[in-house]
Ligand binder design. Structure first.
Ligand SMILES: [Mg+2]
Length: 343
């Protein structure tokens, strides 16, 4: 905040000297004008805390200066104290206030009254400036805060993505799969619609790692994962890597037939990669075995029931020679006990 500036205007230099003398002791910058025109020119170049304005001046008088100042956006809020030698006080006071003056003093000036009034205006100006500074500071802080908030949101998003994604393949991880399975299980129990799970395992993957090394093994996992990602699915279908060489596709609102279609397509696509696997007793290339299960979730049952059924299907696919899909029926559903009324 700079030193407050005061404009003193009077057509007589000796009056300007009197004003200067009365202002002694105030820490202010004084700017002088001896005519209305000069005063107006100064108001455009400076930002004044107060103007002490002589009323009686040849040419443009104090009231005209004040009126012109009120018409200008830059100068309309500058406080003015009219200084006049006229004794027609009441008439002038009204004229003065009509022009927007904020105060009125009669010559000869009473030092005590004069200094007290000027002091009030300087204080008001300083308060206004301090408030302006605070507002600027506040706006800057607000911008900073918004930037920080955005950074925080981005970091949170990244963290969330990291915590739900498998680092190697970019698929969803086991943690996210478990969450999704539970969510979809609950949703299915509400809607009464089937939830299906396609559970797959790369065949003889340990032998693959032993033959080609873990680096190539990781490449193979990534390649199978990208093959899975390329299979066209709905947004609600979720593909995850849930174990070392184990993948899963969760298919909400999907029954046996739809799930088997997805499973067969996945198996074919991986087979079609013709990725060499010389130590596989199943084929000369990388293949996968798939277990499929489909259930209308019941809230009384745990969600892992679907996983257990698909796992049984997967086990069967392996024991039948791998590189195939096996659907495992939920016995409780496929063979319902019929109660017969014996009466
Ligand atoms: Mg005069």
């Amino acid at each position: 905040m700079g030193i407050p500036k005061i404009l003193i205007v009077d057509d007589r230099p000796e009056n300007l000297l009197t004003l200067e003398g009365l202002l002694e002791g105030f820490v202010v910058d004084l700017v002088r004008a001896t005519s209305g025109e000069e005063a107006l020119a100064h108001t455009l170049d400076h930002d004044f805390a107060l103007i002490l304005l002589d009323v009686q001046m040849p040419g443009m008088d104090g009231f005209e200066v004040a009126e012109l100042m009120r018409g200008n956006r830059k100068t309309k809020h500058i406080p003015i104290i009219f200084v006049t030698a006229s004794y027609k006080a009441s008439e002038h006071i009204f004229k003065g206030y009509d022009s927007g003056a904020v105060d009125y003093l009669l010559k000869p000036l009473n030092s005590k009254v004069f200094r007290s009034k000027v002091g009030v205006f300087i204080e008001l100006y300083q308060q206004k400036e301090a408030l302006k500074d605070k507002t600027v500071e506040f706006d800057r802080k607000l911008v900073e805060l918004e930037e920080l908030q955005q950074q925080l949101e981005e970091t949170n998003e990244q963290l969330l993505m990291l915590s739900t994604t498998d680092g190697l393949t970019g698929l969803l991880n086991r943690r996210r799969f478990d969450e999704l399975l539970n969510e979809e299980w609950k949703r299915g129990s509400r809607t009464g619609r089937s939830l299906s799970l396609v559970l797959m395992d790369i065949d003889h993957f340990k032998a693959y790692n032993d033959t080609y090394g873990h680096q190539v093994g990781d490449d193979c996992l990534r390649e199978v994962a990208s093959t899975l990602m390329e299979i066209p699915l709905r947004v609600m279908d979720k593909t995850s890597r849930i174990g070392g060489e184990e993948f899963a596709v969760l298919l909400p609102e999907t029954g046996r037939q739809g799930a088997m279609e997805v499973a067969n397509r996945v198996r074919e696509c991986v087979d079609r990669l013709q990725k060499p696997h010389h130590s596989s007793p199943t084929a000369g290339n990388v293949t996968i075995s798939i277990g499929v299960a489909s259930l209308v979730p019941a809230l009384d049952d745990p969600a892992r029931k679907l996983l257990e059924l698909a796992d049984i299907g997967l086990y069967r696919a392996k024991s039948l020679g791998r590189n195939r899909c096996c659907y495992h029926e939920n016995e409780a559903v496929s063979a319902p006990k019929v109660a017969v009324d014996q009466t």
